[in-house]
Design a protein around this ligand. Structure first.
Ligand SMILES: [Zn+2]
Length: 459
């Protein structure tokens, strides 16, 4: 019985594949569809997927459905494009250990599978991975060597010797010599030319002295990085967390600002500069997934091994850069007030907000869940849910030059998330994930979650 049924199933697939000389078309119908751009949602939509691409999309009554197409009923659901995260740190988390020894293809795959589980279709690992193995993984994944997962994208990082990532991340990056260390403008230009030769289109710089404890990249050096990068069509993502540093990197022409100005209110000079330059802005507010674990939120716990959850909950003394379930830091209120003041001003001055999470920068975070925290924080700070979705889909695609991602339209990849409730009504509904499709194929989220719950890595 089992055998004949599976032969029957195989035969059906065979017929479907060969009837038109190509894989079967599938029409997804009935959902409210949010395209990822500024357009109004389509009620009772339909879209046709063939060969992993959207072949046609529109209102259900307008869509011409080819004979023999399979139908998937999405009535009552909402569909959004898979998210695109421009700022994370992949490769070092192992869930039983953390560090350079974990930086393998298998572990990168685990991280991009976690991202996909939570609805992300592409994720950029920023400045912390070693170039050769990262580029190799990126290439191999593009040739279809690995199971379905978010597309891994890599960008290298540059910093002064002994500068760059914070002390925890640097313990991993320095072992692998992952960050390009540059002291002079000419060294910086040479590294950028190397990056250009490898056909890499983004680079990260750190401009941060970590409260006087780190060497900071000098204006002469980052100006050289930016000039040389722009000469080669490379975008520069600048980590900067103080008002003077953010002003300086924006004035120097950085394409992407990373992080918030932490403790200062923005001034008119900066807002004028933002109006002129309109940089992309990866706010990276979050990494609140551990706080959510402290609050027993199942959305964040579902992809973490119980041992990690227990560890997070057991740490009640709040230290910088460490997971903890202790009381919020005494500065939290003041920081929040500055953020509430600065955020809407950044946006109305023209900073082009894009999704980034910093996941993986420290141990014990769930890849993929932070995206949903960032979305919720933006709405809390004044974006509309639709603006938040644009900033998590089509705008990061535009920034990264991903021409067939970030939007649901004819010709685009069929990377989408089916939600049980509408995120335009409540952005927290981005977490009500019913299904994730990448390249037109439905992820087996149950199997993935079961794997994530077991702390599987032995090293
Ligand atoms: Zn980062």
């Amino acid at each position: 019985m089992t055998t004949s049924r599976s032969i029957g199933a195989a035969l059906t697939i065979f017929i479907a594949m060969t009837a038109a000389g190509q894989p079967q078309a599938v029409v997804y119908e009935g959902a409210r569809l949010i395209a990822g751009d500024e357009s109004s949602p389509i009620e009772n939509s339909a879209f046709l997927v063939r060969n992993g691409r959207i072949a046609a999309i529109g209102r259900r009554e307008d869509l011409k459905v080819p004979r023999g197409a399979a139908h998937v009923d999405l009535s009552g659901k909402t569909v959004i494009p898979a998210l695109i995260n421009v700022h994370a740190h992949l490769g070092y988390e192992g869930y039983t250990s953390w560090g350079a020894a974990n930086y393998t293809s298998q572990n990168l795959l685990d991280h991009v599978q976690r991202e996909a589980f939570y609805g992300t279709g592409a994720v950029m690992s920023v400045g912390s991975g070693p170039t050769a193995p990262s580029m190799q993984f990126q290439r191999e994944q593009q040739t279809g060597r690995f199971p379905a997962a978010a597309q891994f994208l890599f960008m290298p990082g540059m910093a002064p010797p002994n500068g760059g990532p914070d002390e925890i991340l640097r313990a991993a990056t320095s072992t692998l010599h992952a960050v390009h260390e540059v002291s002079t403008a000419s060294e910086a230009r040479a590294v950028v030319r190397e990056i250009a030769k490898a056909k890499i289109r983004n680079v990260k710089i750190w401009v941060d002295d970590r409260r006087g404890t780190y060497p900071k990249m000098s204006p002469e050096v980052y100006q050289a990085v930016i000039d040389e990068a722009h000469r080669h069509g490379i975008k520069v993502h600048a980590h900067a967390t103080t008002l003077p540093d953010q002003k300086a990197v924006v004035r120097a022409g950085a394409d992407v600002l990373v992080h918030l100005v932490q403790n200062e209110k923005l001034d008119d000079e900066y807002l004028e500069l933002l109006r002129e330059k309109k940089p992309y802005w990866a706010t990276v507010i979050g990494l609140g997934d551990q706080t959510a674990v402290c609050q027993h939120d199942p959305f964040f716990e579902q992809a973490l091994p119980d041992s990690v959850i227990a560890q997070i909950r057991a740490t009640t003394q709040r230290r910088p850069l460490a997971p903890s379930c202790g009381p919020p830091s005494p500065n939290a209120g003041a920081r929040e007030a500055v953020l509430a003041y600065n955020f809407p001003r950044m946006i109305s001055a023209g900073a082009r907000i894009v999704l980034g999470t910093d996941t993986g920068v420290h141990p014990g975070h769930t890849f993929g869940s932070g995206e949903h925290l960032e979305l919720a924080r933006w709405v809390q700070l004044g974006l509309t849910p639709q603006q938040a979705i644009v900033a998590a889909t089509s705008r990061p695609a535009e920034l990264l030059g991903l021409k067939d991602r970030g939007k649901l339209a004819a010709g685009m990849r069929a990377d989408f998330v089916v939600l049980d409730a509408d995120p335009l009504e409540n952005i927290l509904n981005s977490r009500r994930i019913s299904a994730v499709y990448l390249d037109g194929s439905k992820l087996d989220r149950d199997a993935l979650a079961a794997g994530f719950k077991s702390a599987h890595r032995a090293n």
